[in-house]
Design a protein around this ligand. Structure first.
Ligand code: ADP
Ligand code: MG
Length: 222
């Protein structure tokens, strides 16, 4: 199992009011699976994804990534786990404007000290998404769909076993959204990677071989 989340609860405090967002939620994910989590805005999708990716902590419950309970890890081990095994794709791509597309993709590899071996892989990835001729462009010189594909490559460069994508198609037109979904599908198939993708779009949710709806703080299998 890649990821095992047990009994996850999380509330936010707004002034004196307590807002429960996740309530004793469970999720088990095996290697190679594509899990989609659908829910309207405010249902807690980002909160859940951030907790699964160890960017945020739950109030209670356990997260086990690749057999390791993340509670038992110190900050350094946790950031190592994140850098090595988890790739994030956000709705807003956060590419650094002063770096070219390929430089952006190589940032996580640079952090891990893997730059030389990652360069070849970066070229393969650009070829894979048919962006080889855009490699040396700056983000401002790319279209929205191209930027998002570059952000996806950045999430893939360290060959993470788990990819977490938070409403990745939210900002794309239909055609680019469709292309991105095909890309995700191919990636999971070709590289045996696991993906958790949130969306508010029913059509996007059908990409999953496990499809959940996040409702009242719990995941309901469709
Ligand atoms: N840091 C925070 N402080 C207070 N409330 C928050 C915080 N983050 C999220 N929330 C609230 O938790 C709920 C779930 O938010 P979120 O996970 O972003 O939902 P989604 O991604 O499904 O739109 C929302 O009501 C939101 O306002
Ligand atoms: Mg969100």
């Amino acid at each position: 199992m890649i990821l095992d989340a047990k009994n996850i609860s999380k509330s936010f405090r707004n002034g004196s009011r307590e807002l429960p967002v996740l309530k004793n939620l469970d999720l088990e994910i095996d290697k190679g699976e594509i899990v989609t989590i659908m829910g309207p805005s405010g249902s807690g999708k980002s909160t859940l994804l951030n907790i699964l990716g160890t960017l945020d902590t739950a109030d209670s419950g356990t997260i086990i990534v690749r057999g390791q309970n993340v509670d038992s890890l110190d900050d350094e081990s946790l950031s190592k786990l994140r850098n090595n095994h988890i790739g994030f794709v956000f709705q807003f791509h956060h590419l650094l404007p002063e770096f070219t597309a390929i430089e952006n993709v190589l940032i996580p590899a640079r952090i891990l000290g893997n730059l030389s071996s990652a360069e070849k892989h970066a070229h393969e990835l650009f070829e894979y998404v048919e962006l080889t001729d855009r490699m040396n462009h700056y983000p401002s010189q790319l279209s929205g769909g191209e930027r998002l594909r570059v952000a996806v490559l950045r999430a893939l460069i360290n060959r993470p076993s788990l990819i977490l994508a938070d409403e990745p198609t939210g900002n794309l037109d239909k055609r680019n959204a469709e292309k991105l979904l095909v890309l995700f599908n191919n990636i999971c198939h070709d590289f045996q990677q696991t993906m958790v993708l949130t969306t508010h779009d029913e059509h996007v949710a059908t990409l999953g071989n496990m499809q959940f709806v996040l409702e009242s703080g719990k995941l309901i299998l469709q």
